[in-house]
Design a protein around this ligand. Structure first.
Ligand SMILES: Cc1ncc(COP(=O)(O)O)c(C=O)c1O
Length: 385
């Protein structure tokens, strides 16, 4: 049976072919560990690959100190990146603000930290999932905070947050801001140094088009100096020391990195640059607009979040009257459509949108989908209920 992938918010698929080619090449022709050999050609090949990828990421995300590659940390996903930042920075007695639209990659570390004496304040978004900058200003005028963390766009309903306004408010209040770019990196340009972010966290396998098992952090240097590593170990450097080095990037990178993953991500970043994230965003936007127009033809559909493409990405969650979204997802999958039902690791977001505990069916077209596939989806959706 032909299948149609409409679950790009979970992970983008297919990947550009160059990604798999680069991973294969690394494993077959390269394959040396990083900083744990000599200056052989294969060892240097790995060092060059890592540096090249760090440089691309620093430039891609507008890193500090003229895109200093040493201020980029590799992790295995954005969940690890967020844990490194939140658990490494927040100490008992500190206060952190987040939004009610967060994925559990933010919520769970914060709730765990709350049990250790960190005060967690949740700023409630409106019924379309958007944060109100004046609500943040009010909160900051009433109380002192040490950190703010939130996602640039919702993984449930696709609402894009007013990032520039929020970053401006944080700057004015001297509040370090940590950004979860999981749903916008590769679609919206984020410039960490212009926005004044303390840390920009990213995952490699969604809009960046890289393989699973990749992600990282772009740091503001003074903030990085204030964060304690949550993991320590071998870095291939300072081998005479039994203590973790403070130097970047070693401070946050213990153990052998995901080198085939970095090779894939590196190729994906070249593909993104050649294709142009504006072109990718435009295609997804057009597909999204078409999807919304067609969905409006169904009286039985209750869409969460924004009803137009303004300030949103093409991530759509909806319920169909009188049918459970899990059953609907199964019906659609029998017809070849891959979607995601349920709560999308974001119970707080669903509570904000009024879709807790039942959740919703999430459909997220990506760059490689077509208008014909959306037509076919609508036909099958109609047939499924
Ligand atoms: C907004 C958001 N944050 C964090 C994550 C976690 O991503 P990963 O599983 O790559 O760590 C996701 C994944 O869906 C997400 O959508």
């Amino acid at each position: 049976m032909k299948t149609y992938y409409l679950n790009n918010a979970a992970t983008t698929w297919p990947k550009p072919e160059c990604v798999a080619d680069a991973m294969r090449d690394f494993l077959i022709k390269g394959g040396a560990n990083s900083s744990r050999g000599t200056s052989s050609e294969r060892d240097m090949g790995t060092m060059n690959l890592i540096l090249d990828c760090r440089m691309k990421l620093a430039e891609f995300f507008g890193g500090y100190e003229d895109f200093n590659p040493l201020l980029v940390t590799f992790t295995s996903n954005i969940t690890e990146a967020l844990n490194i930042v939140l658990r490494g920075f927040l100490k008992p007695g500190m206060s952190v603000i987040t939004s009610s639209m967060e994925h559990n990659a933010v919520m769970r570390p914060l709730r765990a930290l709350e049990q250790k004496g960190i005060n967690v304040e949740v700023l409630r978004a409106d019924s379309e999932g958007a944060l109100n900058p004046s609500g943040l200003e009010k909160l900051l005028s009433e109380k002192k905070f040490n950190l703010m963390v939130f996602a640039s766009a919702s993984n449930v309903c696709g609402t894009v947050q007013p990032l520039k306004e929020i970053a401006e408010i944080c700057k004015k209040n001297n509040l370090p801001l940590v950004l979860d770019t999981a749903q916008t990196a590769g679609l919206i340009e984020h410039n960490a140094s212009e926005l004044g972010l303390a840390a920009l966290c990213f995952t490699g396998h969604k809009g960046l088009m890289g393989p699973q098992g990749t992600g990282g952090i772009v740091w503001q240097p003074d903030f990085a100096a204030r964060v304690e590593p949550i993991m320590t170990g071998g870095t291939g450097s300072y081998s005479h020391l039994e203590y973790q080095p403070d130097d970047m990037p070693d401070k946050f990178e213990s153990g052998t990195p995901n080198l085939p993953g970095i090779a894939g991500l590196n190729a994906a970043l070249t593909w993104l640059k050649d294709t142009g994230i504006k072109n990718i965003a435009q295609k997804e936007n057009e597909l999204g607009r078409y999807f919304l127009e067609r969905l409006k033809n169904f009286d039985e559909v209750i869409l969460t979040g924004r009803k137009e493409m303004k300030d949103r990405v093409s991530v759509f969650s909806f319920n169909v009257k009188n049918i459970d979204n899990g059953i609907l997802a199964d019906e659609l999958s029998l017809r070849g459509f891959e979607t995601r039902p349920g709560l999308h690791c974001a119970p707080s977001a669903h509570k904000t949108l009024g879709t807790f505990p039942q959740g919703a069916l999430r459909v997220s077209p990506g760059y490689f989908n077509t208008f014909e596939e959306i037509d076919k989806f609508m036909e099958e959706l109609k047939a499924a209920f």
